[in-house]
Write a protein that binds this ligand. Structure first.
Ligand SMILES: *Cc1c(COP(=O)(O)O)cnc(C)c1O
Length: 413
């Protein structure tokens, strides 16, 4: 009996040849199409597959690998913490949790933080907190106004918050209480505010929406609406936070502060970590209102502390600003040659357009040429390299991109 159970398990544990291992992809519940390569190792700006092919990585784990692949600071922090304490239980304080809370509130100018593991979870916490505020201070107001073309994650409630038209019919019934308004239409937002509204929530640069930057006057208007009615302004900085846009937080570009701020992606440098920050007046939860088994988990806290510490020590927000300019300039030259259109973005959150349907073939051509880029939609490519990117990487990226653009265009004809 025992052997029957054991043997296949042992077989599966042995290092399988690549083609066999790729076959195990069928064991994963299908959620997305992936190319037939298996990523195995990475250093800095480069990632390698099991066939030994190396790729210059301008996807950056989807704006996650802030310090690049396997940074020494993160390796050390995880190894040291793992040898001390992996989990104490969310019922107790732990040392890296308190140290990281101190650092994060200090650099963000916020007063309180809740830690979670994913961006969607941090946003759920933000929505719960806004509704608590509505329940306590706004006569039970519970509606959140969000933007069409915005993106806030993939939990049921966050899919409802996200105004993506393609998701409209999915997973009905949707979580209620989210009102979608067109981005940059202040009158529409004003008209949508009622005595049921407890918050307005948006990204300052819509990432998944194709890198659309918020207009300053619009943002100022939203802040005013919120102040006028006592409703909460929530900035989802899961993608834009911690140096990505050339400032530590994207809201610093505008000088407009939120009541609630969410962070994710880059904060853990690849370790699952997110945070929701808020101000003293929003310290509203009762015991049991919010929590999570892995909230403030010591390994995640040590990782976050190390990553944010390095972003500050190496002044990576400034680097993002500088290198982002260089990328936009290079893309501008390719645009002048008619190879791409509308290069845009801030810092190291950059996108450009190609003709409808050619984004995926272009990404495939880039991959063959040893460059990873992100297909945001059928006509849009997004670049979000690690914040450590340097001039030489940008030159290599532009070379490989130009080559691939010419190949992809030939292929399309
Ligand atoms: C990626 C993203 C999320 C979701 O984060 P997950 O970690 O995937 O849950 C939410 N908001 C924005 C703006 C994002 O870019």
């Amino acid at each position: 009996m025992k052997q029957i159970v054991k043997e296949p398990a042992q077989e599966a544990m042995q290092a399988a040849p690549e083609n066999v291992l790729l076959g195990a992809g069928k064991k994963l519940l299908f959620t997305t199409k992936r190319p037939s390569v298996i990523m195995e190792s990475g250093t800095g700006m480069y990632i390698s597959d099991t066939e030994g092919r190396e790729y210059l990585d301008f996807v950056g784990g989807w704006a996650v690998n802030a310090l690049g692949h396997s940074p020494v600071a993160l390796q050390k922090a995880l190894a040291e913490q793992a040898s001390k304490l992996v989990l104490a239980s969310p019922a107790y304080y732990n040392k890296p949790q308190l140290e990281f809370a101190e650092l994060l509130t200090h650099i963000s100018g916020m007063d309180k933080v809740f830690f979670a593991s994913s961006g969607a979870e941090a946003n759920e916490c933000a929505v719960k907190l806004a509704r608590k505020h509505g329940a306590l201070h706004l006569d039970g107001a519970c509606e959140i106004i969000t933007m069409k073309q915005g993106f806030h994650g993939r939990t049921l409630a966050m899919m409802s918050a996200t105004g993506k038209p393609a998701w409209k019919e999915l997973f009905e019934p949707k979580a209620g209480g989210f009102i979608h308004v067109p981005f940059h239409d202040l009158d529409a937002c004003f008209a949508a505010v009622t005595n049921r509204t407890c918050a307005i929530m948006l990204e300052l640069i819509q990432g998944e929406g194709g890198v659309n930057e918020v207009d300053e006057a619009y943002l100022y208007g939203l802040r005013k609406i919120c102040d006028m009615y006592g409703i909460a302004l929530i900035f989802d900085e899961v993608q834009t936070g911690l140096g990505r846009t050339g400032k530590l937080f994207a809201y610093e570009h505008y000088g407009i502060k939120p009541d609630i701020l969410t962070l994710g992606k880059g904060i853990g440098g690849g370790f699952p970590l997110s945070a929701m920050l808020t101000t003293e007046p929003f310290d509203l939860f009762n015991a049991g209102d919010q929590g999570g088994t892995h909230s403030g988990q010591p390994l995640a806290m040590a990782a976050g502390h190390a990553v944010v510490g390095e972003i500050l020590r190496l002044n990576l927000a400034d680097n993002a600003e500088r290198q982002g300019r260089a990328i936009l300039q290079g893309l501008g030259e390719l645009a002048n040659q008619g190879l791409l259109a509308r290069p845009r973005g801030r810092g190291l959150l950059i996108a450009f357009d190609v003709s409808e349907g050619s984004a995926a073939p272009l990404a495939e051509a880039c991959m063959r040429n040893g460059l990873l880029i992100n297909v945001t939609n059928p006509a849009t490519i997004r670049l979000m390299p690690a914040l450590i990117v340097e001039k030489a990487h940008i030159e290599e990226m532009l070379r490989k991109l130009e080559l691939s653009l010419r190949e992809a265009i030939v292929m399309a004809e």
